[in-house]
Design a binder for this molecule. Sequence first.
Ligand SMILES: Cc1ncc(COP(=O)(O)O)c(C=O)c1O
Length: 432
Amino acid sequence: MSYQNSKNIYDEAIKFIPGGVNSPVRAFKSVNREAPIFVKKAKGSKLWDEDGNKYIDYICSWGPMILGHNFERVIAGVRDEIENGSSYGLPTKLEVELAKLITKSCPSIEKVRLTTSGTEATMSAVRLARAYTMRNKILKFEGCYHGHSDALLVKSGSGLLTDGYQDSNGITAGVLQDTLTVPFGNREKIQEILEKEDVACLIMEPVPANMGVITPDVEFLKFVREICTKTKTVLIFDEVISGFRLSLGGAQEYFGITPDMTTLGKIIGGGYPVGAFGGKKKIMDLVAPIGRVYHAGTLSGNPISVRAGLETIGYLYENRETIYKTLEEKTKYITTELEKIAMEYNVPVCINRLGSLYTIFFTDRKEVNNLEDALSSNTENFAIYFNEMLDNGIVIPPSQFEAHFISLALTEEDIEKTLKVARKAFEKISKK
Ligand SMILES: Cc1ncc(COP(=O)(O)O)c(C=O)c1O
């Protein structure tokens, strides 16, 4: 496979864009590549790069493309909406329809406000929780990622973890001191902090997917719910990834745990920029213009994004009885086969899977339950695996600490090819 065109574009890109990319993980730095691939187009389960190479896609734009790329119904809706206009700075009926569909699918959300990204959703949710409780501190888990607002870039996952650090420079000491962190699953520390400190909210990915996928224990989620209720701490489920992916009602429906607030993104925009935060009416009604918690956005609720979201969620809603089961079955099959192949070649791995998300941790730990476990992974082995996959037409997340995303478009043929190439990759690792 030739990557020359991508390389040429990258050489230009680094002159004008920091690191040549507009989001750090895209740089393929941690998997020892000279340059990332530059994507030209996508359809269904496939991507094509600027050199004409075709790939089976396990990134799925980091989650939104649950139906596959250029899904007919979504594209038809977008085409139709573009004919009307792009953005008005005034409300549209579509926004009301999306809000209704979100609240119907996820009943803990009584009212919802749209944003343009997941980052804005979590940033505003935290502000709202602070105003509601009149407390300053917030609590998050090590290795969870909630976007790139100052308060949440502490002990973060995703791109920071990929590049070998967890906190960003440029954040004031005051902000840092108000964000408390604990290891995922550590009940004693959570209890100690929430009982001792005045904490406005506990924000968490109910299924952490930004240090690789961690499968939570439902008893732990119950504990978190109870301690938040007891200490009057707002429990925010950041379901930017898990929302509409694990089930229509996200992880909260999957596990039967009700948060006070929820943040969404990715799937609700069907591949276009969107985010949302919502929850109990009594909390949401503090948002401007009713209350004095300010949130706004020139492109919030952009009609093209909202239409793409409506078509995507609409399709998921109408096919909810089959879609989630199908996605889960595909994921289960792939991960079970991968485990067998890894064992055959004696390569230690721990594969975490939930719904249509999975991560292969190249570790000899039997379980990966938190950041410390995830960091035990052999990133060199991961890089070999990634490169073998890419060079054979399969694109997986270019980081050990991210999730693979399964789309409905993934075919049996795609899966068989993936397993065949994975076998070559494991063989290579075993001969290292
Ligand atoms: C759980 C979670 N929250 C928030 C965000 C931020 O969303 P965005 O990238 O749309 O700003 C992400 C992004 O990956 C995420 O995974």
